[in-house]
Design a protein around this ligand. Structure first.
Ligand code: ADP
Ligand code: MG
Length: 362
């Protein structure tokens, strides 16, 4: 069992602030994701947990005990490297046995652990094969099995499936979720892929320049982003964020083309509309906000439509393949309850502070 926590941890490399006053607690058995763009400090956080790096300040705790001075081996945390890390001249079974053989465990124990890991990872039928004869997904599972037999307190994975193709990535992340649930172990997972983070994580932390901007369940963060940075970072296509001006009756954006009647509140600088919350219908004069279609991207199950309302570009995500053509005039709508508001510093304003008065044009 392992609960892993940072208390105000900072790590610098020369003048680079790699981890900036980070605090979090990953619960025992939790699937926790660190999600951020390249160079945001994700790998550094994992190296600090493993003990390969020491923080400049702050505390790292495992099960409530400070481990700043504890060696990596004594922390008993396993890093699962990408599939490339398998020994090419050993069978899958020997690869999985390896950490136990190295520790000189009794052969009966080694075989029992191997069987157990092979069952959990569904690799019993490929144990006799060499890594070169395995698919990418199978190699990945063997690599995880090798970490599993060590019986670590927690696993860390650094962008483990980014090298796989899209189809395999989807399959592997479903597998990972199952394995973590069945193995009942803490798993800390790093990714720069938002779909991956959203789909696997029990909770996640969003990083920006080494600082944690928000921690929560994926859908909670999606629905209630703390800043425009987080709001833009989750969701595809990205959230529409428009500068707004307060009017007597509420707010307007796009040079008056979009009107939201809401109780005026000081400090609202921008509003956010998720593409899937926009409604687009044929323009019949009066229904919704008039907008012109400038781009249509049919994706099969969905269609992304780029529109212009009063010179303001907006993107809408529509289900299926609606009959919408470039150049058409359409009526744009949105449930006012779905509109988000942000202050001048990009901070989200509580919705309760901006109650809608109804009668909205968008
Ligand atoms: P990520 O994994 O999110 O891409 P990293 O943790 O690797 O980010 O890096 C965070 C920041 O720290 C980056 O600016 C990176 O250049 C810097 N950094 C990481 N490791 C080192 C190192 N060993 N020496 C100097 N700078 C480093
Ligand atoms: Mg990295």
């Amino acid at each position: 069992m392992a609960e892993i926590a940072f208390r105000n941890v900072t790590k610098r490399y020369g003048s680079v602030l790699a981890v900036d006053d980070a605090s979090f607690t990953v619960a025992d058995n939790e699937f926790f994701c660190f999600f951020g763009p390249p160079l945001s400090g994700k790998s550094t956080i994992l190296r600090l947990i493993l003990g390969l790096e020491k923080p400049d300040s702050g505390e790292i705790l495992i099960d409530g005990r400070a481990v700043n001075e504890v060696s990596p081996a004594a922390r008993n945390i396993a890093m699962v490297f990408q599939n490339l890390a398998l020994f090419p001249h050993m069978t899958a079974a020997d690869n999985v046995r390896f950490p136990l053989v190295e520790r000189r465990e009794a052969p009966a124990k080694i075989e029992a652990r191997l069987r157990d890991a092979a069952e959990k990872l569904h690799i019993g039928h490929i144990l006799h094969k060499m890594p070169g004869q395995l698919s990418g997904g199978e190699r990945q599972r063997v690599a995880i099995a090798r970490a599993l037999v060590r019986d670590p307190a927690a696993y860390l994975m650094d962008d483990p499936i980014s090298a796989l193709d899209a189809r395999l990535r989807e399959e592997t992340r479903v597998e990972l979720k199952r394995i973590q649930r069945e193995a009942g172990r803490t798993l800390i997972y790093v990714t720069h892929d938002q779909e991956e983070a959203m789909s696997v994580a029990d909770r996640m932390a969003i990083l920006q320049n080494g600082a944690i901007r928000q921690i929560g369940r994926p859908v909670e963060i999606y629905d209630h982003p703390s800043t425009t940075y987080v709001a833009r970072f989750l969701g595809s296509p990205v959230m529409n964020i428009l500068p707004v001006q307060a009017t007597g009756a509420g707010f307007e954006a796009a040079a008056g083309a979009l009107q939201v009647s809401a109780q005026a509140q000081a400090g609202v600088a921008e509003m956010g509309l998720r593409p899937e919350d926009l409604r687009v219908s044929a323009w019949e004069g009066g229904a919704g906000v008039p907008a012109t279609v400038s781009e249509v991207e049919p994706l099969g199950g969905y269609t992304v439509v780029t529109l212009t309302a009063g010179a303001q570009p907006l993107r809408a995500l529509l289900r299926g393949q609606p009959d919408i053509r470039v150049g058409a005039l359409v009526g744009l709508g949105c449930d006012p309850a779905k509109v988000m508001y942000f202050g001048a510093g990009g901070e989200a304003l509580p919705k309760s502070a901006v109650p809608s008065l109804g009668g909205d044009r968008i």
